[in-house]
Design a protein around this ligand. Sequence first.
Ligand SMILES: C[S@@+](CC[C@H](N)C(=O)[O-])C[C@H]1O[C@@H](n2cnc3c(N)ncnc32)[C@H](O)[C@@H]1O
Length: 193
Amino acid sequence: MNLNKDYWEERYASNNLGWDIGYVSTPLKEYIDQIENKNLKILVPGVGNGYEVVYLYNSGFKNIHVIDLARQPLDKIKAEIPEIPASQLISGDFFDLEIQDFDLILEQTFFCALNPELRKNYVQKMLQLLKPGGRLAGLLFDFPLSLNGPPFGGSPKEYEELFSPTFTINVLERAINSIPPRKDKELFFIFEK
Ligand SMILES: C[S@@+](CC[C@H](N)C(=O)[O-])C[C@H]1O[C@@H](n2cnc3c(N)ncnc32)[C@H](O)[C@@H]1O
């Protein structure tokens, strides 16, 4: 299966959006709520309909960049945040992103949407995008990796092996505030460059 732009745009066109919960997830909301510095430069890759982006924006964070391969969700975010600069709504491939020096990158159902062969590239790209001391934080699924994705799963052990050579693992634990359908199926994490 080629998980390219056409694949994802077709998922949006046919409203086949099993991942889209329709609101900011509790773990991301509560993580965002405790961030005091509203000037952080934030990236949300594979943003989809970006409910956390609207939440961030309405909470006073303005230096937010988002990227997605599919055009439709970016149009939806633009409609909800008309004042967001076009340069911060990026239509394209995460692996080609050239903007750097992010303080924070938020992950939710983007890692699991990628072909598992790209996982090492994901780690390297995150390292390149973050400033020293910057954080990659959010949610990773905790169910066995199979080829029946997306979503493609993983385990704490796999994530630790993947990220610990280059990131400091500050937190990697079962999320305690998951939305009900994801209860006991996801890990909350904070990895620091
Ligand atoms: C499973 S959806 C998750 C969307 C959103 N994060 C959420 O939680 O609702 C994965 C998203 O990643 C996007 N995507 C997949 N591969 C991508 C890539 N290489 N670069 C940028 N976006 C990508 C898809 O278009 C899709 O919107």
